[in-house]
Design a protein around this ligand. Structure first.
Ligand code: USQ
Length: 398
């Protein structure tokens, strides 16, 4: 399939941690961008008593600042994709987007495991947002390319002595004729949380709609994101992106950076021998664009790309941050249900073939350590470092 330039891009979840920098990047490329978001991430903060380290402005202020700085407009629509099927159909009819970037999902593994209500919310919200989008596109008949942010964790994290392939596995099936037949199947799922389970269910929906409705779908299996800003979110404090460091939504590298800036020791869970895949936020934004410009053809199976730069053990990440900042490393009881140690290697050949040259943590961590975490450290709240999420959310999730 030749490289294509989408003209109009609808971004579901464009108010979130990855969605906002993707929206700015797409607008900066001269594309018409529409954000649809129900601001649920901000509402979850209010429920949990958490907040971004960086003070984030509301959508109207952000979009006005972007317009003033760039001369470009981004439309904003308040829409909950998990219940807004008619709204999605209306958006597709009104804007006729070439592509939809789908990030309208609850993205925290710990949040998805807080209570039965949070488990149910995570599955209902994530799966129904995906189903509504696919069903709305099917109804519209438009040749929309969907780019979805999935997760490496749908496969579990144990690739032992092989490299995790990009979504599909070749298996040998005993056949009546000799030799046995080789077929490619979706890589078996082994989710480690209800959140990851919701991404597995998404993947099954993509398999169906790509095959049955000839829909063009790219599923990006993304690793743990580190860093919080891009060139464009750094243009003005009104455009600044969120930076989570609490124990429910904060991802591990960013938590360590804030902990170091606060003079807190780095909270390595267990022995820190959990190996995870990582990617820098600006690289993740770049990869979304590469995926948008390189869609699968109609009738092809869902294209799965691993959006990953490298695999590292948590303890090695902590050592890197400690070396750069002088912070102490502490080993605390692991509040999560996960393997104490695992080996993991993840293929990223498909993005490498498109020219992706990732920033590695060892090359970028110093910049992050002296950057935003230092600047806003005075507003960091120590109570968020180890939050008792269950106590925080007596009520129902959204
Ligand atoms: N960890 C610590 N100390 C901390 C926080 C985390 O040792 O203070 C450990 C965790 O136990 C875990 C690892 O660091 O073993 C990664 O945890 P994380 O919170 O950074 O990331 P995770 O829960 O896996 O989820 C994040 C995003 C999710 C994305 C996923 C990619 O929230 O949206 O899908 O990373 S992946 O892990 O590859 O599935």
């Amino acid at each position: 399939m030749p490289r294509t330039e989408p003209q109009t891009v609808l971004i579901l979840g464009g108010d979130g941690f990855c969605g906002w920098p993707v929206a700015l990047d797409q607008s900066d490329r001269g594309r018409r961008v529409i954000i649809a978001d129900n601001l649920s991430r901000r509402k979850i903060d209010a429920d949990l008593g958490t907040s971004s380290l960086t003070p984030i402005h509301g959508p109207d202020a952000r979009l006005a600042a972007w317009r003033a700085l760039s001369g470009r407009s981004i439309d904003f629509v308040d829409l909950d994709a998990s219940i807004g099927f008619d709204g999605l159909v209306g958006l597709l009819e009104e804007y006729r987007p070439d592509a939809v970037v789908h990030l309208a999902e609850q993205r925290s593994a710990p949040y998805s495991m807080l209570t039965p209500a949070h488990r149910n919310y995570s599955v209902r919200n994530n799966v129904m947002a995906t189903q509504n989008l696919l069903s709305a596109i099917s109804q519209s008949g438009l040749p929309v390319h969907i780019v979805h942010i999935g997760s490496v964790g749908v496969y579990g994290y144990s690739s032992k002595d092989w490299t995790m392939p990009e979504g599909y596995l070749t298996v040998r099936v005993p056949a009546s004729a000799h030799p046995d037949r080789e077929v490619e199947i979706l890589h078996p799922f082994e989710p480690v949380s209800v959140y990851h389970l919701s991404k597995c269910l998404d993947a099954q929906l993509f398999e169906f709609y790509a095959r049955h409705d000839r829909m063009r779908i790219t599923d990006l299996h993304q690793g743990v994101v580190w860093g919080s800003q891009t060139r464009l979110t750094s243009l003005s404090d009104v455009l600044i992106n969120r930076f989570d460091y609490d124990s429910i939504f904060g991802t591990v590298v960013n938590r360590f950076l804030v902990q170091a800036a606060m003079g807190h020791s780095l909270t390595v869970y267990g022995t820190g021998e959990q190996t995870r895949a990582f990617i820098h936020l600006p690289d993740a934004v770049h990869c979304v664009n590469l995926a948008l410009e390189n869609p699968p053809a109609p009738g092809q199976r869902a294209r799965i790309r691993n959006q990953v730069a490298e695999c590292l053990r948590v303890v090695d990440v902590a050592t890197m941050v400690a070396t750069q900042t002088g912070a102490e490393v502490s080993f605390v009881d692991n509040p999560r249900v996960e393997d104490a140690r695992n080996s993991l290697a993840v293929a990223n050949d498909s993005f490498a073939a498109l020219g992706f040259a990732p920033t590695l943590l060892r090359d970028g961590i110093w910049q992050e350590a002296v950057g935003i975490a230092q600047r806003f450290r005075a507003s960091a709240n120590p109570d968020l470092i180890q939050l008792d999420g269950r106590a925080q959310c007596a009520g129902e999730p959204l």
